[in-house]
Design a protein around this ligand. Structure first.
Ligand code: WTA
Length: 637
């Protein structure tokens, strides 16, 4: 059994133990799992290279720890409860035994298609049980899955498949989200034109739309699994064999393929799920994320299933058919733990409390948030109107790179404070450093958030680019993992995440690199250069503000060009990266050495150009005046 923390005293005790002897602590948490061969050493690490190995030489298969380990006790219990986009369509549930059979069938299918241990399988699918089945089937046979969020464009999909040199793509004819149908296969076909490594495409029928099936490459899912055995021998994996790649945005253009490995990720996702949400046998747990993001990987699929939990998967969106949909689902399934993003809360709050009327939310015990700072108004609304003043809110801070929750209250154990992620989980050693890397000790300090000791769930490398892994996370501050976030530790020692200090922005809980958006804008034939910054947005948290320099304004004038720039970004990355505001400017504020002074653009985008600080290093100060004159938000001079 995973050690469960029940009290604040218990937390302090576990935390101290985990710091005094991390190896003993994490060795103990791994004991309850089934290993083919036990590890020789719990940890080997060196942040300079960096090289991080947990459960060295341990052998296992993660799916045996979901299925074989639990079937005797949990076989007939629901594993996945699926709620369709359309509330009138029938729901689906899969018990652990049923899910096991489906996973095995699909694992056998993949093997028959020539997928071997270590091969990459790209997954571009809607939120259906088959998506979870696909992940687990890959894990069963040791293939490395790389899920690409089904809202990404053909270009973005192709770029990610090429980086991972994926052999197989799993997709669907289409996907439903609210009133929209996304033609996934059509988008995939476009992507495949420039993704030569993909040999086979397996297509799940969902929308029954007409799609092109290329002979020799494309195969229907239902036909592919037909006749496959429901038993499948699990591949033996080393603890450090890759489990999955998940692409995320960084401060330079190209997306980064974050690599997670088998043993450490298994232990960490299971441990954090169990403790943070205080899941108890029989509870119904609902995380509203998409499996296309890390939250879905760790806290819809792996964490819950490793704990034998009932995990609810929702295909649709919070506002369809109306803004009461989440609460209908909570009522319908008597959800006990509910986990969502602040942006969703802000948009629902803005629509009014009438959508809560008549919904029985009394089953709720724990509420969670993730992905961005939660403002106090949203926190209180969540606490008072959804949790009816009786549910603790776990404001969980973590990242794609960390694999699981790092700083967060433990539900019902850690006293909460609105907008604070509170305290580190056992095993996590955060420190705050100033810009020179000096550690700021004591309370009431603010600076850059780093972690000074490894934890089992941490990323091990970037796919195909270990140097970039080193440069991005381990070079800014020597011997520290740098998160890219700013943080404050208050007088009680509680952590409050302040947001990114690098060129990454957080839009509606989606993480985007400004450079990635700039590259997409610069593809426009009339654009010379551009700079993108975030600005405070009441619902999205941050909005996307693009300053664009064009050569000439041809047909359509300014309005036309703005529109076509926005469309261009949607086409190249996807609708999530579409700029909210595009300001055409005569030039960008640059230093004499040619560096764009983003600080100035951020101030303008925030509507606060009254104090631009030192601008004497600027090459051309006039340009700043012109930018302020044309600013799209009210600018205080
Ligand atoms: C931000 C999502 C404030 C942060 C799991 C981080 C948060 C980035 C919180 C990672 C939180 C995540 N409070 N900010 N509770 N949780 N963030 O990789 O800036 O999509 O660096 O992982 O989201 O985003 P990612």
């Amino acid at each position: 059994m995973i050690n469960k923390i029940h009290s604040l005293g218990g937390y302090i005790h576990e935390y101290q133990k985990s710091i005094a002897n991390p190896q003993a602590f994490w060795g103990q948490q791994a004991e309850c799992f089934y290993w083919h061969k036990r590890w020789d050493r719990v940890l080997e690490w060196d942040f300079a290279s960096p090289s991080i190995k947990w459960y060295v030489n341990g052998k296992l298969n993660l799916t045996e720890n979901i299925f074989e380990r639990n079937l005797y006790t949990h076989g007939d219990q629901e594993a996945i409860i699926w709620e369709p986009n359309d509330p009138n369509e029938e729901t689906r549930t899969l018990t652990y035994s049923e899910l096991f059979k489906e996973v095995n069938k699909f694992a056998n299918t993949l093997r028959r298609l020539g997928v071997h241990k270590g091969d990459r399988v790209a997954i571009y699918m809607p939120m259906l049980p088959e998506l979870a089945i696909a992940l687990l089937a890959c894990a069963r046979i040791g293939a490395i899955h790389s899920v690409i969020f089904a809202g990404f464009s053909a270009h973005a999909l192709s770029e990610r498949m090429n980086d991972a040199t994926a052999k197989v793509l799993l997709t669907a004819d289409g996907g439903y989200r609210g009133s929209k149908v996304t033609p996934l296969k059509e988008i995939a076909d476009e992507a495949l034109e420039s993704s030569p490594s993909v040999e086979t495409v397996v297509v799940l029928k969902r929308t029954n739309s007409e799609v092109d099936m290329r002979v020799g490459r494309d195969i229907w899912w239902h036909k592919a699994i037909d006749g496959q055995s429901e038993e499948c021998c699990a591949e033996e994996m080393d603890a450090e064999d890759e489990l999955f790649i998940l692409y995320t945005s960084g401060s330079t253009g190209k997306p980064k393929g974050i690599v997670h490995t088998t043993g450490g990720y298994m232990v960490y996702s299971a441990y954090t799920f169990n403790n943070v949400f205080q899941y108890h046998a029989g509870d119904v747990y609902f995380c509203t994320a998409d499996i296309g993001w890390i939250t879905g990987h760790s806290y819809i699929v792996y964490g819950p299933l490793l704990n034998g939990a009932k995990t609810l998967m929702f295909e649709g969106v919070p506002t369809w058919p109306d803004a009461g949909r989440f609460w209908d689902i909570v009522d319908k399934y008597k959800v006990n733990q509910f986990y969502t993003a602040p942006t969703a809360l802000r948009s629902l709050l803005a629509m009014g409390n009438e959508y809560l009327e008549g919904k029985d939310l009394s089953s709720l015990k724990v509420l969670g948030t993730v992905g961005e700072p939660i403002n106090e108004e949203a926190w209180h609304w969540y606490h008072d109107h959804i949790g009816k003043n009786k549910c603790p809110i776990v404001d969980t801070w973590w990242q794609t790179e960390t694999g699981g929750v790092m700083i967060s209250p433990i539900a019902g154990v850690t006293p909460t404070k609105p907008s604070f992620a509170t305290l580190p989980l056992p095993g996590i050693q955060p420190i705050i450093v100033d810009n020179e890397g000096k550690e700021l000790t004591g309370n009431s300090v603010e600076g850059n958030l780093c972690i000074k000791f490894p934890w089992p769930g941490m990323a091990r490398t970037l796919w195909g680019d270990h140097q970039r892994f080193h440069d991005t996370y381990f070079s800014t501050f020597l011997n520290r993992y740098f998160t890219g976030d700013g943080v404050k530790r208050d007088e009680d020692g509680y952590y409050r995440i302040l947001g990114r200090v690098d060129d990454v922005i957080n839009v509606s809980g989606h993480r985007l690199g400004t450079a990635e958006i700039e590259n997409a804008i610069n593809e426009h034939p009339l654009v010379n250069e551009s700079a993108v910054v975030g600005y405070p947005h009441p619902i999205k948290g941050q909005g996307i503000y693009a300053f664009v320099v064009c050569g000439e304004l041809s047909t359509g004038g300014e309005e036309g060009i703005r529109k076509s720039i926005m469309q261009g970004v949607t086409k190249i990355i996807g609708p999530i990266a579409r700029p909210d505001l595009v300001q055409l400017v005569p030039g960008l504020p640059k230093t004499r050495s040619g560096k764009i002074m983003r600080r100035i653009l951020r101030k303008v985008a925030e509507g606060d150009a009254s104090n631009l600080g030192d601008i004497t290093t600027l090459l051309d100060e006039d340009v700043v005046d012109k930018i302020i004159d044309g600013a799209l938000l009210e600018v205080k001079r």
